[in-house]
Design a protein around this ligand. Sequence first.
Ligand SMILES: Cc1cc2nc3c(=O)[nH]c(=O)nc-3n(C[C@H](O)[C@H](O)[C@H](O)COP(=O)(O)O)c2cc1C
Length: 417
Amino acid sequence: MTDRPVPCHLPDRMPKNDPAIPGARDARAEFTTLTLDRRRFLVMLGGAAVATTLPAPLVWAGRAVERVNLQPWTLPESLPAGAHESIAALVGAAILAPSHWNSQPWRFEMDGGALRLALDPARTLPGCDPDQRFAHMSLGAALENLLVAARAWGQQPTVQYLPWGLSSRPGAPLVAASLTLQPTDTRRDSALFAALTTRRSNARTYEGRGLTAAQRAALHSQVPDELRLHWLDDKRDIRRAARTVGDAAVAVARDSRARADHDVWLRDGDGDARRRGDGVTAERLGLDGPLGWFAQRSLHKGGRLRRWSLGLLGHETEELVQASGALALLTSPRRADATGILAGQAYERLALKATSLGLAQQPLSAATQSEPGRAAIARAFGVTGEEPLLLVRIGHAKPVPATPRRAVALVTSWHRA
Ligand SMILES: Cc1cc2nc3c(=O)[nH]c(=O)nc-3n(C[C@H](O)[C@H](O)[C@H](O)COP(=O)(O)O)c2cc1C
């Protein structure tokens, strides 16, 4: 087969124009004249074949779900007047943050003059994130988005980090941080602010081109003193680390508790993800070749098929990581209460900076999901003795579209002072 574009007709199940979905109109216009490159065409063929092997509830699950309101990927230039409007704008910036499996495990509570950021326990992944470190990183990323927007809108934020287990009211979600704002004359973080709506986790194959020293330094400067950022940019070192990450991905796929979480958050295509407003498609995980897609979907099957799928998954992951321009490992010299939140904040600043520099990035949580995985990646980076928090691959790649977010109104509550 050649790389010649294959014409594609508008499928019946395309979502209708929806003002709540940013770019929905453009996307539809695009689809009427869509051409598919060879890889995408194969995905569709693979997808069609595999759909017939999926159990009926999985195939039909997406259609039974009611469509949730989505948050647009736009932000106002300045902080709107009015208490409700300004909080809605700040939360609107926060929820454009990345989150583990796009689970969006956040709640925002406006209580008197303070805005509280809380963990929604129903949106954590007990199987692949038992100590909730990735959930806390997701909260940290949302907090950092909120702080970036506040500073760019001329506000001076003050954050109080709260010990885990604190709840503002009986039965309410656990509060991670509390935030107050004071107006100032200075506007800061404007470059990062511009990246809030364009940042993406990019799971494509990268071009292999390295980073410049200036780019690395700019990314490095986003990490606070409490944490460390370690780099691999030598091709041989990256190849060795890629094997470690491939092994980690296989270890996660072998874990039945982690697979149970994947079943909850893996979406049956972009339409399904938009309808529910959360979750991740196989394509967004970088498993967009037909073989990778098949591996992801057939991991539950037994015997030889499962062994074959695991091998394939490890191989696809290794190849993706090998093509990185650089690998960055965020670590902590010691673990404390707010480490997860701080790590999420640092990761998000790095992701926003990368976006403003025109670089693609993708976190690879499998590498730091388990104790043996963390030990292995620490060895690959030569940083044994530190606590590995999150591995990120960085490089050059074609952009990817935005993923859905549940609207502000679905994640915010207001209480009287
Ligand atoms: C703590 C954390 C861990 C993540 N781990 C992975 C990962 O292992 N693989 C991956 O493709 N994306 C990972 N992501 C990215 C999410 O899948 C992504 O943020 C989500 O799907 C929303 O897409 P967006 O970042 O493009 O807005 C992670 C994000 C966070 C915050």
